[in-house]
Write a protein that binds this ligand. Structure first.
Ligand SMILES: *[C@@H]1O[C@H](CO)[C@@H](O)[C@H](O)[C@H]1NC(C)=O
Ligand SMILES: *[C@@H]1O[C@H](CO)[C@@H](O)[C@H](O)[C@H]1NC(C)=O
Ligand SMILES: *[C@H]1O[C@H](CO)[C@@H](O)[C@H](O)[C@H]1NC(C)=O
Ligand SMILES: [Zn+2]
Length: 436
């Protein structure tokens, strides 16, 4: 026990000393571009994609909505603006200097006493090694549940993809399970942070939440905080806005910058189609990979989900940003035959979420709420593995800080998401008439 505590104190001190990623973003800007009803989106997208120094962060969902695009300072800003104006498109400079946001992101938050539970601080972003050491500690010392540490497999760079299975202490077999993951997209740091908070709630119940035992009575829990450990660690240490995995296609790419990585959330083998919201271009942020399941991370997760498909009743994948609670399908505008069930559960979960800090979430199918994109994890979970309640959740915020959500927003985000999760579990119990 003493040894564990010593290790822990050590880990925390590393975290506070965490330096910002090495790559700087001085002068990088984010434009909010309002295409309006009349704009030819193809033309506009051309403006963005013919230049690989423009990174689309967000795509509009209705005619009054906007694109968020990050623009590299090497680009001729005047020309870029001229092109937008030629298309008759409204825009504003939304974030003037990304580096400033990145430096503010890790400012210590003010509520530290409440935010450090026994083994981890929830008001800080953590490195992958720290996350692993925390998960080991949970498996050894959980006070509120039985916890088993497992490995889905290795990433491209041979990191362990570690998950926890958390079950009722001495509980019986044969329960339905809920599988939760985060961090498939490297730069969406809030997602792993929220999964760690959920682990803490289930394993230690640090705030004596009476609903925790109910959730363990009805469900087994699988928690995978970081689907893409290579990309996440690269984003933490080197390049804050990295999205993809770290696989390399050396010699195949002549475009600017580094053409490394696959968008793992376009790489799953259910109606895989790189021309539907993904890309066949290795340099693109949404590169779908050479083929479905070309990447070890997606293969490992996909295999696990289908192997446990009859046991898992709900799959929830956390992303950022946008505040959307989405269900399949992503590959088609059609809806699943049982979509009213998914919609009801998500509607109730997000209503409960809103009651905590008034955060508004939009509920709908991925295609109708966001944009068509094939090869996503939730489509695979539902379509291939038969997991009924499959969701992709875009956490806070709605674009003010975008991916660079300050540390002091971790706990409020996790609090409200935890409340949503409890309601989701409760709604599934009722809809499916589950027994303890
Ligand atoms: C878009 O904005 C216009 C003008 O403000 C408004 O009349 C219209 O209802 C809005 N449409 C949507 C889909 O929000
Ligand atoms: C969802 O919320 C509505 C309104 O409160 C309620 O009538 C319904 O039973 C809830 N559904 C589930 C599955 O809990
Ligand atoms: C993800 O991407 C690469 C392609 O660059 C792939 O070959 C590899 O298996 C995955 N892992 C990496 C590079 O991190
Ligand atoms: Zn994402």
């Amino acid at each position: 026990m003493l040894l564990i505590l010593v290790t822990l104190v050590h880990a925390v001190s590393i975290v506070s000393a965490l330096d910002p990623p090495q790559e700087t973003y001085h002068g990088h800007k984010v434009f909010r571009v309002y295409p309006g009803a009349d704009t030819d989106h193809k033309e506009l997208l051309n403006t963005f994609t013919h230049n690989d120094q423009v990174d689309i962060w967000r795509t509009p969902r209705h005619s009054n909505d906007s694109y968020d695009v990050k623009v590299h300072p090497d680009i001729e800003i005047d020309n870029f603006i001229q092109e937008l104006e030629n298309l008759g498109t409204d825009y504003k400079i939304w974030i003037n200097d990304l580096q400033e946001l990145i430096e503010n992101e890790r400012k210590p938050s003010k509520n530290i006493e409440k935010r450090a539970t026994r083994y981890i601080r929830h008001d800080a972003y953590h490195t992958y090694p720290t996350i692993l050491s925390y998960m080991n500690t949970v498996a050894e010392t959980a006070t509120n549940a039985d916890v088993e540490l497992g490995e889905l497999g290795k990433s491209f760079e041979r990191r362990s993809m570690v998950y926890l299975k958390i079950t009722k202490r001495g509980g019986s077999a044969g329960k339905k399970a809920i599988f939760i993951d985060g961090g498939i997209h490297a730069r969406e740091w809030i997602a792993p942070a929220v999964v760690l908070y959920i682990i803490d709630q289930l394993a230690f119940n640090p705030y004596n939440d009476p609903d925790v035992s109910l959730m363990l009575d009805y469900f087994d829990w699988y928690l995978l905080p970081v689907v893409n450990p290579d990309g996440y660690q690269y984003s933490i240490t080197t390049s804050r806005l990295w999205r993809k995995n770290r696989s390399t296609y050396s010699g195949r790419c002549l475009c600017y910058g580094s053409c490394v990585g696959v968008d793992l959330n376009r790489n799953f083998a259910f109606n895989w189609d790189p021309n539907l919201g993904g890309s066949t271009v290795p340099c693109a942020e949404t590169y779908s990979g050479e083929s479905a399941f070309s990447e070890p991370e997606s293969r490992n997760l996909g295999r696990f989900l289908c192997e446990h498909g009859s046991e898992i009743i709900s799959y929830i994948s956390f992303h950022a940003y946008g505040q959307l609670w989405m269900y399949p399908w992503g590959y088609t505008y059609q809806l699943p035959h049982d979509y009213t069930d998914l919609e009801e559960v998500a509607t109730n979960a997000t209503r409960a979420l809103r009651n905590v800090y008034s955060s508004n979430y939009i509920v709908g199918s991925s295609t109708n709420v966001l944009y068509p994109a094939a090869g996503g994890t939730d489509d695979y979970a539902k379509g291939q593995c038969g997991i009924k309640y499959a969701y992709t959740v875009e956490l806070r915020d709605r674009g003010h800080f975008a991916f660079i959500l300050p540390q002091e927003q971790i706990v409020p985000t996790a609090d409200e998401t935890w409340t949503a999760l409890k309601t989701l579990a409760d709604s599934i119990i009722r809809k499916e008439h589950l027994n303890r």
